[in-house]
Design a protein around this ligand. Structure first.
Ligand SMILES: [Zn+2]
Length: 550
């Protein structure tokens, strides 16, 4: 094709022809796939630029500009008229457990049921949605019910004579099962179990099992079938798209799980972009050695997730001084320092990212010192500390000096604020959830949710980061309000900086020329919406590579 034909083909529609071949007043318009018009587009680029319109071709952004500029230069059959609505880059959750969340969707949620009757209603509904295999549920607590008595399994036996059922109590130390499950496990009134018991009524099992008796049944639950798993992952994806999430850092997966996710992406069933951290297991290191990781548009594997310590709620976080509400306990590290050291040395030498869960001030100090030993000074390794929840003021400077990235979850602050001071006391609480101080160290910081530990909603993350209150508006002045992020910082944390924490800022995280057209249209403008209405914000549409996925 000659140059002139090419030119003609591209510009024809916009030209005014005179005669057969001569044209004047020609405005050359380039054909693209999609135009987004009449919008308030927040690019979330480094200047936080705003635009009115955007041209998209082959899944990527061709241009951004004013309505007039874009209309003048481009044409497309597909027009997304935002009608003045606001558009942001698709949210990137920098710390979540997407696969774990999907698995949870295969279990009935029985948390906070107010009666056995409410439990049965929820379970019947769930059983319809998940009609095959074992019926699993978790979260009930008979103390929340009017009679506070353990239930019995008559209803379960009648409703599910052929399908084994196990419903685990909120603490995991008890469960109610049906007769089918008892039979499969070979449990009856005569069975003796060390470290467990089978509750009886008039000499017959009620279905309630305690401790080791529960394990006799859980040991029989088969792994999810491929089709069950696929269904759960697609549901998880749909829930995330509904919330405007287009990328997730899945923190701590086996290589086998990553391969499963990747095969679903290759079939184009899974469109979620995943930055997967491998968990700290010998088989995962071997796989990484062999494959060198994965880097394509939907799956990226370039680092490992390591656990330094546990959580604050259960007093497993490793503290420099004892817990305020348990003076004999400082928590503990989950491995010897020599283990963390050998992992750090290995990952540094290989050029892979190290992402370490650290909650307590001692857990954080141990890892910061270790990172510093290998990083030595300014670097671009982007080694991360996941959570960085309690950090001694003496250690803050490590983040800046060695360019260590704190990866934080703002809803942890507003979930834990009711009891965190009991654990830490009035002084140390001032060094906890101190996101503004952490941000100042590198001037960028990824934000996440840690779902399913927290809700998947990025709007809750934004609200917690900016407002630092619970949904009811407590506490009135905000929890440690001086540590709140600005709205702009929170948006960057959920988009641009989250992409950067996965070395992906050249492909996504902001709406800029050449990047993927992953974006969302919102019912309210997050930069302007009154504080009280932030949590009412809805995602009207979610796009990945310019294609609507919600
Ligand atoms: Zn997590």
């Amino acid at each position: 094709m000659s140059t002139s034909t090419t030119l003609r083909a591209g510009i024809a529609a916009a030209c005014l022809f005179i005669g057969s071949n001569v044209f004047i007043a020609c405005q050359s318009k380039e054909s693209v796939d999609t135009l987004v018009t009449h919008a308030v587009i927040y690019s979330a680029d480094s200047l936080f630029n705003r635009y009115e319109a955007m041209a998209i071709k082959d899944g990527k952004i061709m241009a951004l500009g004013t309505q007039t500029e874009i209309e003048k230069q481009y044409q497309a059959k597909d027009i997304i008229d935002a009608k003045g609505g606001s558009i942001y880059p698709g949210f990137i959750d920098a710390h979540a457990h997407f696969y774990g969340y999907a698995q949870n969707l295969t279990t009935a949620n029985l948390f906070e049921t107010k009666s056995w009757e409410e439990l049965t209603t929820r379970l019947a509904q769930f059983a319809q949605e998940q009609p095959d295999g074992w019926l699993l549920g978790r979260g009930w607590d008979q103390n929340d019910w009017p009679d506070k008595q353990f239930p019995t399994n008559e209803w379960l036996n009648k409703q599910f004579p052929d399908r084994p059922v196990i419903l685990t109590r909120v603490d995991g130390h008890a469960a109610i099962v049906n007769q089918k499950a008892l039979d499969l496990a070979g449990l009856n009134a005569q069975t003796k179990i060390i470290g467990g018991s089978i509750l009886l009524k008039q000499g017959k099992p009620t279905g309630v099992l305690i401790d080791n008796a529960v394990d006799r049944v859980t040991a029989l639950i088969p792994a999810l079938s491929a089709s069950q798993l696929e269904k759960a992952l697609l549901q998880a994806q749909a829930n995330c798209f509904e919330m405007g999430i287009t990328s997730i850092h899945d923190c701590g997966l086996s290589y086998a799980t990553i391969e499963t996710l990747q095969s679903m992406q290759q079939k184009q069933a899974l469109r979620m972009r995943i930055y997967a951290m491998l968990s700290d297991e010998p088989a995962n290191y071997q796989w990484m050695e062999k494959t060198g990781g994965i880097q394509n548009n939907f799956m990226h594997v370039a680092g490992f997730k390591v656990y330094a310590d546990g959580a604050l709620g259960s007093r497993g976080a490793c503290l420099l001084k004892p817990y305020h509400d348990d003076r004999t306990n400082t928590g503990f590290l989950l491995s010897q320092v020599s283990h963390f050291d050998s992992v750090a040395r290995y990952l540094y030498q290989k050029g892979w990212q190290m992402c370490t869960h650290a909650i307590g001030d001692s857990g954080n100090r141990t890892i910061l010192q270790l990172y510093a030993k290998y990083l030595q000074g300014p670097n671009d390794r982007r080694w991360r500390i996941e959570h960085a929840q309690v950090v001694s003021p003496d250690d803050l400077a490590y983040f800046g000096r060695y360019q260590i990235i704190p990866s934080v979850q703002p809803t942890h602050a507003t979930s834990d604020m009711y009891w965190a001071e009991d654990r830490l006391g009035s002084e140390r609480i001032g060094h906890a959830y101190a996101y503004k101080n952490l941000l100042k160290e590198n001037n960028w910081m990824p934000l996440g949710t840690d779902f399913p530990v927290e809700d998947i909603s990025p709007f809750k993350t934004f609200y917690a980061a900016v407002v630092r209150k619970d949904a009811a508006g407590w506490p009135k002045e905000g929890f440690q309000k001086d540590q709140a992020l600005s709205r702009k910082e929170a948006i960057w944390g959920m988009t641009h900086w989250a992409a950067k924490a996965a070395f992906e800022e050249k492909q996504k995280g902001s709406l800029e020329k050449g990047k993927w057209a992953d974006f969302i249209l919102l019912s309210k403008d997050l930069m302007l919406v009154p504080e009280k209405e932030i949590l009412d914000t809805k995602v009207l549409a979610t796009y990945i590579e310019g294609k609507k996925v919600h």
